[in-house]
Design a protein around this ligand. Structure first.
Ligand code: UDP
Ligand code: MG
Length: 177
């Protein structure tokens, strides 16, 4: 099934001059570029991209509580407070520089692109994936430095997410094949 997905090369990837390397991997895998731009994200786009939906709030809070429980630390914050703190780090990171925004088009694009980028944490992302090959950041280092994990790329993880996210970053200037 031909799909479209949103990919962002985050500021860490742009600053490290990895734009060509990353785009080339998607192209070689058979994805077509249906939209592409280099932009400095606006506050509105950051808020919309990292939307505090009830599912995201409870998911991130649970993940954070579990990670801290493993270290024997109990968090005395509400789910919303935890999510807002993480959202602030994410916005700081994505807003820290220029971003490449792309719409990629191809067979099972959402699943294939997620496979190519690898797991969220570069330290444990498989070799052969973009995150696994090109970065090493880890949750523990990011927590210590009070920031989000630097993992070079964002990619939509479902059809609904792709539809919502493409509308945030591209108006009617996306060129579809
Ligand atoms: N992130 C983080 N700590 C976490 C989970 C996520 O810093 O415990 C950051 C990371 O940069 C990730 C982004 O938040 O890319 C969005 O999280 P998500 O779970 O959607 O991961 P992704 O879809 O990017 O793999
Ligand atoms: Mg995600």
């Amino acid at each position: 099934m031909i799909e479209e997905t949103l990919v962002l090369i985050k500021p860490d990837g742009v600053k490290r001059s990895l734009i060509g390397e990353i785009i080339s991997r998607f192209e070689k895998a058979g994805m077509q570029i249906a939209g592409l731009k280099l932009i400095r994200p606006a506050e509105k786009q950051l808020n919309e991209h990292y939307l505090l939906s009830p599912e995201w709030v409870s998911g991130i809070a649970q993940k954070t509580r579990e990670a801290f429980a493993k270290k024997g630390i109990e968090i005395n914050e509400t789910d919303l407070q935890i999510a807002q703190r993480v959202q602030g780090w994410l916005k700081d990171s994505l807003g820290s520089g220029f971003v490449i925004a792309m719409v990629l088009n191809g067979n099972c694009a959402i699943e294939v692109v997620r496979k190519l980028i690898g797991a969220t944490e570069p330290r444990t992302a498989a070799a052969g994936t973009i995150r696994g090959d090109l970065s090493t950041d880890s949750y523990d280092l990011a927590d210590l430095e009070k920031r989000s994990v630097g993992n070079l790329i964002h990619a939509s993880s479902s059809l609904e997410e792709a539809k919502r996210e493409i509308a945030i970053w591209f108006q009617k200037d996306v060129v579809y094949y």
